[in-house]
Design a protein around this ligand. Structure first.
Ligand code: SF4
Length: 651
């Protein structure tokens, strides 16, 4: 497939209005994609990929971006009714888009021209779906995208502070595609083109639907697993978190079971996912004839921040085997890495170098994690039997190939492009991968070379990494590596930086209020990072987004196996207090920190944290190193009595 050259002509875009449909000679389309994001015709935007795929299948498709849901619904009527179905692709979760971790309304929306808020409703998928069902009851509605994918079974909704049923129950939509939608959508289109009625689409992998109880269609290809019903989950928090773990286990398998969950008078049927994409299968999604531009209708409304961020960046792969508890990638993209071919990536780099405004810098090359390109199990048959949520936690699986050799070759090929002056890596780096201790000399060499190449050539001045916390106990709940590994990386980074004659900064990301994290843990985090020379800026308060393990821990306040209680900072005040430790250097926070640490009997931490001279006087104390020297008996999070309901008192 060839890319068309970028053009601001509307004819190169898919139609978004009746006039643009008519300009193509269409009085009707086969599919209308309703999007909560502005239409950006670029492979990083889900609605564009899906619509281009439908076009590639030989069908007529139009896009209805950010329709007005508050007036007489004329936007929903202007393109008419599609012949086959409406598809809803809400983009990111609308509640995460709208509200901060403290549930305050955001004043901007990165996916809207001018960064303006107010162009999508709360719970956009449900709102659009209900409107379409009201206006066109006979036309099927297909849900896709992150918002519906991560609300496909009973889940905790932070903004309403309650468990919600599958989004299928709430919206009455006919079918839901979860995860990355290309493969299931192709199969749906194939069947529809053959004349199969939409209501008969019950055997497409990676889709979900709702049927009256007792009418679940038989399917000999898959084994069934019946989850606890929505009503039982409502009645018992422990059942909810155990349900989540069962769901998580199945979604991390290559050959998962079909999941059934009774909800009200219906059963939600979740067909298992497709096996991971083979190397190169992903190329097609990046090579449709995108204009790579926002639709010209936005020209007078200002730039779209999310587009500005990615316009000169390249996606090399999907999926992440990190399995961090707070991250939704596993439940959406899966833990197996699907990589583009080197040729496809280089073709895209070449296209980018010809774009107006390109000044020689590729701003990012990566995926959910930057350095997982082409990684996976050495023996695939072992992966086929595996249900671990992470290939790297609690330790790197001996079957995982962590060689960075192919990624290094890719970096080198891009560096050699005559029009590329810089290739920067903006996606997060997993330093545990290239700090892996291994007797394999070739592997160790690829790790060493990657570290050196990264620091010498690919840091834009600031390298983002995500240790997330300094407490190993909290890190264990997060399924992240121990903090000692960050020390090791920082030492190497500083040394290598010096050797390369550079003055680059390491920017660590941290999270407060994660389930299991107490004020004492935050105080130690503040002290450790102060002593490492950081004044933190990239920090976040934990947001319980739908369908992550951490969110379910937040809701249940207990571990799934043993039911052992887990401390969770839940009130706005408790969450705000944890954040204050990040900003120990702000004068208004100091008296409160002192009083709190006095109450926690943490005098030593308090004195060093609040001292203005301790570093010059070489007075330091690293609690995590102390613990590493005198380890406490290892306890699994399920039995760890330190994870008790009340914040513990220390020193
Ligand atoms: S066997 Fe190892 S590499 Fe394969 S999926 Fe399981 S944890 Fe990952």
């Amino acid at each position: 497939m060839k890319q068309s050259s970028p053009t601001p002509e509307t004819g190169a875009f898919l139609p978004v209005s009746r006039e643009e449909m008519e300009a193509r000679g269409w009085d009707e389309v086969d599919v209308i994609i309703v999007s909560a994001d502005a239409y950006v015709d670029h492979p990083s935007f889900g609605h564009a990929v899906i619509a281009r795929l439908i076009e590639h299948a030989g069908l007529r498709v139009a896009i209805l971006p950010q329709p007005n849901w508050r007036d007489d619904l004329r936007d929903f009527k202007k393109l008419g009714k599609p012949r086959l179905f409406f598809g809803i692709s809400s983009g990111m979760d609308s509640m995460v888009n709208h509200y901060t971790a403290g549930k305050r309304l955001r004043s901007n929306d990165a996916y809207t021209p001018g960064g303006k808020a107010g162009f999508r409703p709360d719970y956009a998928t449900a709102v659009y779906s209900k409107i379409l069902k009201q206006l066109y009851p006979e036309t099927p509605v297909l849900l896709g995208g992150l918002e519906s994918s991560l609300r496909r079974i009973t889940h905790y909704d932070y903004w309403q502070n309650k468990l919600m049923p599958s989004i299928l129950e709430e919206t009455g939509a006919d079918l839901l595609v979860y995860g990355m939608g290309e493969k299931p959508l192709k199969e749906i289109l194939r069947l529809l083109k053959k004349g199969v009625p939409f209501s008969n689409l019950t055997s497409v992998p990676q889709t979900a639907f709702r049927v009256p109880q007792g009418s679940v269609p038989k399917n000999k290809a898959w084994e069934d697993l019946t989850l606890v019903s929505h009503e039982e989950c409502l009645a018992d928090k422990r059942k909810q978190i155990q349900n989540y773990r069962a769901f998580e286990t199945e979604s991390n398998r290559i050959h998962g079971k079909r999941l059934l969950q009774n909800t009200g008078t219906h059963t939600i049927v979740l067909n298992p996912q497709y096996p991971p994409l083979a190397y190169g299968e992903l190329d097609e999604s990046f090579e449709y004839p995108y204009t790579r531009l926002p639709h010209p209708r936005y020209q007078k409304r200002g730039a779209i921040p999310a587009y500005e961020m990615i316009r000169f960046s390249v996606n090399s792969h999907r999926g992440c085997f990190g399995g961090c508890s707070f991250c939704a990638i596993n439940a959406h993209q899966g833990k197996f890495i699907a990589s583009r071919t080197r040729e496809s990536i280089l073709r895209e780099v070449d296209i980018i170098t010809k774009l107006p405004g390109f000044a020689g810098t590729i701003t990012d090359l990566g995926g959910p994690s930057a350095n997982m390109y082409k990684m996976g199990g050495k023996d695939f048959s072992r992966c086929e039997k595996c249900a671990r949520p992470s290939c790297v936690f609690p330790k790197i699986c001996d079957n995982l190939n962590t060689s960075h050799a192919e990624l290094l070759e890719l970096y080198e090929a891009i560096r050699k492009h005559p029009k590329v002056k810089h290739l920067f890596i903006g996606s997060g780096i997993r330093y545990d991968l290239f700090l892996q201790k291994t007797p394999d000399k070739a592997l160790a060499e690829s790790h060493r070379k990657y570290r050196e190449t990264l620091i010498a050539h690919h840091v834009s001045g600031r390298l983002k990494v995500a240790p997330e916390h300094t407490s190993d106990r909290v890190l264990e709940v997060m399924r992240k590596p121990k903090f000692a590994l960050f020390y090791e990386f920082k030492e190497l980074f500083d040394k290598q930086n010096k050797a390369a004659g550079k003055n680059q900064q390491l920017i660590p990301y941290f999270i407060s209020s994660h389930p299991g994290c107490t004020e004492a843990d935050m105080a130690e985090l503040a002290l450790e990072t102060k002593q490492l020379g950081f004044q933190l800026e990239q920090v976040q308060d934990f947001t319980p987004t739908p369908m992550t393990y951490s969110t379910e821990l937040y809701y249940a306040e207990m571990f799934p196996g043993s039911g052992a209680p887990l401390y969770v900072a839940k009130t706005p005040e408790a969450k705000k207090n944890q954040q204050r430790f990040f900003f120990w250097y702000i004068p208004e926070n100091r008296p409160w920190i002192k009083k709190t640490l006095d109450n926690l009997s943490m005098g030593k931490v308090s004195r060093l944290l609040l001292s203005r001279t301790s570093l010059q006087e070489n007075r330091t104390y690293f609690p995590s190193r102390e613990r590493a020297r005198n380890p406490e008996p290892v306890k699994s999070p399920a039995t760890d009595q330190k994870n008790r309901k009340r914040p513990p008192r220390r020193r």
